[in-house]
Design a binder for this molecule. Structure first.
Ligand code: ADP
Ligand code: ADP
Ligand code: ZN
Length: 215
């Protein structure tokens, strides 16, 4: 099962991907998580990426294309993958098509999670993240113990880019650079729309109905 989970920042891609990755036993590949791990480790890639991430800008395409190519060639992608946060631009999508053709794992579907802007701002401004990749929300999805990750016991933190001014910038970048991919994948016959505004479990059920077709 080869799927892209698509949607604006805060649509719930990471939240859904965690569940789907377990249920279907395929890796959850979040380019944001990979970049943040590099920032924490202080790698060359991390240092470069941080400048863009802190401003709510996209990291340059060439960096992301190299990163996703290496990741998709890892052996755990043999039975499929779930992409979250990639592609975000048309050049990234074109490069992805080339990479996937080369490794003979073309996309089954691009699942587009629709959520309105004001709801996105509420979700992102109340988000609390864990370095293991889990995310929570102070109102909508609180952890069992305040400030502590249910999955790994790690301490939750608020991302530097989850502040209102940076959130607005990220939404503007989404509209400008990423949203055109909806039409791109619709034209390719790969787009499936899901209402992302419901409860986590009802969105999950809708996505599973789609994914079950590719088992
Ligand atoms: P994305 O990966 O698309 O940026 P996340 O999965 O990190 O989004 O979710 C953004 C925030 O919204 C998090 O705080 C998360 O707990 C919360 N959230 C996710 N799905 C829902 C939902 N269906 N309803 C309410 N809040 C949600
Ligand atoms: P969210 O879903 O909340 O927007 P992500 O964790 O997916 O956040 O991404 C955080 C930041 O990492 C982005 O704002 C951007 O700077 C960078 N990033 C992640 N994926 C990409 C990508 N495919 N192309 C360019 N930049 C990316
Ligand atoms: Zn954790």
């Amino acid at each position: 099962m080869n799927v892209v989970l698509f949607g604006p920042p805060g649509a719930g891609k990471g939240t859904q991907a965690k569940e789907l990755s377990q249920k279907y036993d395929i890796p959850h590949i979040s380019t944001g998580d990979i970049l943040r791990a590099n920032v924490r480790e202080g790698t060359e890639l991390g240092l470069k990426a941080k400048e863009y991430m802190d401003k709510g800008e996209l990291v340059p395409d060439q960096v992301l294309i190299g990163l996703i190519k290496d990741r998709l060639e890892e052996p755990d992608c043999a039975n499929g993958y779930l992409l979250d946060g990639y592609p975000r631009t048309i050049p990234q999508a074109d490069a992805l098509t080339g990479i996937l053709n080369e490794i003979n794992k073309p996309l089954d579907s691009v699942i587009n999670m629709g959520v309105g802007d004001e709801e996105l701002v509420k979700r992102l401004s109340g988000r609390r993240s864990c370095k293991c990749g889990e995310s929570y929300h102070i109102m909508f999805n609180s952890p069992k113990e305040e400030g502590v990750c249910n999955a790994c016991g790690g301490q939750l933190y608020q991302r530097d880019d989850d502040r209102e001014d940076v959130i607005r910038q990220r939404l503007a970048v989404y509209n400008d650079k990423t949203k055109p991919l909806i039409e791109y994948y619709d034209n390719a016959g790969l787009l499936v729309n899901v209402d992302g505004a419901g409860l986590v479990d009802s969105v999950l059920a809708d996505i599973c109905k789609i994914m079950d077709q590719y088992k």
